[in-house]
Design a protein around this ligand. Sequence first.
Ligand SMILES: C=C(O[C@@H]1C=C(C(=O)O)C=C[C@H]1O)C(=O)O
Length: 272
Amino acid sequence: MPGRPPATSRNRPDKTASGRAVGSVGSSGRATYDRRSRHGAVPEARYEKGRKVQLIPSIRRLLPAAASAVLLLAGAGGAQAATTTAGAHANLPHAAPAPGAPPPAGAFVHSPYRQLRPLAALSAERAALGDLVAAAKWGTGAPIDDPAREREVLDAAAAQARRLGADPEVTRRIFRDQIEASKTVQRGLYRAWEADPARAPRERPDLAKVRTEINRVNDALVRAVAASPHARSAPYCPVVLGVVADRVRHEERLDALHTRALGRAVRSVCGG
Ligand SMILES: C=C(O[C@@H]1C=C(C(=O)O)C=C[C@H]1O)C(=O)O
């Protein structure tokens, strides 16, 4: 078994929304391993610190307008959220109050920033778990596309949405994009590993355990969808979503592949 390289600022452990480290593999480099993982040796995240990467152009074009829109529209909750994101995933699942739950003290519950931020942050987290899925499948002959698992994910999300009083079809639509985003990451990593086999993962995470983590993010995502009908159907949704997605990209120091995946994941969040 190869030795484990030390973590660096470009290569830090990924954390789940609950703060557990699970790790991931970045698009640009060899898999490294996180000793703290519950899954045994699993790869760590690699981030392209300081590198200028772009969100999908449609979101990017909206960014200048978005800055003023956030000031105008975010309200106290948005301002608070914008200044309290020190750590990775610092306020991920908790940023979306459960439907029916009282808003946190001082929060403006209809703040579009507050409603959309968890969707972007959880989307980035889910896309990062695609790294582990790729490492789990790499070299096994298992295809990236697993239609049976996709059906399971979509049906579970729709059922949970129904229980929460959210729109199951809208939830399905958003989850189809989430799945495409995960496959974007997996395909990107496969390409990188095929081009440079030295970068391929040398250890294999347990796919079942990775899927358990994905299920946890799925659950939080459905709740975030259920908690955001106002912001998702508002005309300014694409503008604010562009801002929160760019902020997540920056905070998580996403590389080009994961930035592209984030754009893919949130593609149909707006529009009801
Ligand atoms: C993430 C996986 O890869 C693909 C993406 C899926 C998803 O994002 O939920 C589900 C099945 C696969 O088509 C997986 O196999 O678990």
